[in-house]
Design a protein around this ligand. Structure first.
Ligand code: BDR
Ligand code: CA
Length: 320
């Protein structure tokens, strides 16, 4: 992979988004050039504020945060993941107020278009919230699809059940039309669905390790994770939570962890009803019948090597 890549994180900063920010700060401090905020786990202003506070906590006020979409393309959803991420998105933790203004200046979609145009073939967009900012950017300038190095998405559920509904994963469910637009754009897309992300977990012991470290960033993540771990007691046995967004950030930096990946078509279900937001992949192999699409451009990561939480703990604890 060329090492002149630049990384932009498009996030709806809740607890696991905060972990993704930390991972990028630790492992890609030079190439993590910007963040764009979107509604999702919280409203877009809160997402921008959380992002800015976390960057400043790590001493990186130089990384810009651009304010993006406040609602889904159909205007139906403005953000709310309080049940999973707490009232303010970071488990109720009061992060220090940022000194810089969160999210003022150039809107997220324009920033994405401009940065991709100015750096053809170099920009990797790591999308860990609803795909609305990217969908708007691609509508503003469809030509960026072939200029972006890669779009790496935390989204969808292929063989795994959904988490927002029985069929749909939250980031896709919160704006299925946006996800559909991005997946049809022709851009090089790597999708990391729940199939992969639900398998990588942080334990209560690792949370304690973060809390006991000398890193104020790791301590904040440990505190924010309390609510998130509580939520997951209804999902997994024992005390452990899924590492969706940090896993996707790591996969955008290198593919070392990937153990199973397929290139396939992905269709997002848009019709109202129980399947809305479902991501249907064609994994039929030999059984492939007459109905299939050629020219697949989506890589789907199905499995990654166990033990990613150790890499994450090491990354977070080396931050200020
Ligand atoms: C995704 O939804 C959000 O709650 C998380 O931050 C993650 O991006 C998981 O479905
Ligand atoms: Ca997220």
């Amino acid at each position: 992979m060329s090492d002149d890549r630049l990384h932009i994180l498009d996030c709806d900063t809740g607890v696991d988004d905060a972990m993704a920010i930390g991972l990028l700060l630790a492992e890609a401090p030079q190439t993590f050039v910007g963040a764009t905020a979107v509604f999702g786990n919280v409203d877009v202003r809160r997402a921008a504020l959380n992002t800015r506070s976390l960057l400043e906590l790590a001493g990186r006020a130089d990384i810009p945060v651009h304010l993006g979409a406040a609602s889904s393309l159909d205007g139906a959803f403005w953000g709310s993941g309080h049940r999973v991420h707490g009232e303010n998105g970071v488990g109720g933790v009061q992060l220090p107020n940022p000194t810089g203004t969160a999210g003022d200046g150039e809107p997220a979609p324009s920033y994405l278009v401009r940065t991709v145009r100015e750096n053809p073939g170099r920009v990797v967009i790591i999308a860990v919230g609803p795909l609305t900012n990217l969908a708007i950017a691609l509508s503003m300038d469809p030509g960026i699809a072939e200029l972006v190095a890669e779009i790496v998405i935390m989204g969808g559920a292929v063989r795994h059940p959904g988490n927002a509904t029985p069929a749909a994963e939250a980031n896709v469910w919160h704006d299925p039309e946006a996800a559909d637009r991005v997946l049809r754009s022709g851009a090089r897309v790597r999708l990391v669905p729940l199939d992969a992300t639900m398998q990588q977990r942080m334990t209560g012991d690792e949370q304690t390790e973060l809390a006991g470290s000398s890193s104020r960033f790791a301590q904040a993540v440990a505190q924010a994770s309390e609510h998130y771990l509580d939520f997951y007691t209804n999902v997994f046995p024992g005390r452990q939570c899924a590492l969706h967004d940090p896993l996707v950030a790591a996969l955008a930096l290198d593919s070392a962890l990937v153990t199973s990946e397929v290139t396939t078509s992905i269709e997002v279900q848009l019709a109202p009803g129980p399947a809305r937001g479902q991501t249907v992949a064609d994994l039929r192999g030999l059984y492939k019948g007459p109905v299939h699409r050629e020219g697949h451009t989506t890589s789907v990561v199905l499995e990654t090597e166990a033990g990613f939480s150790r890499r994450l703990v090491e990354a977070l604890t080396c931050l200020p």
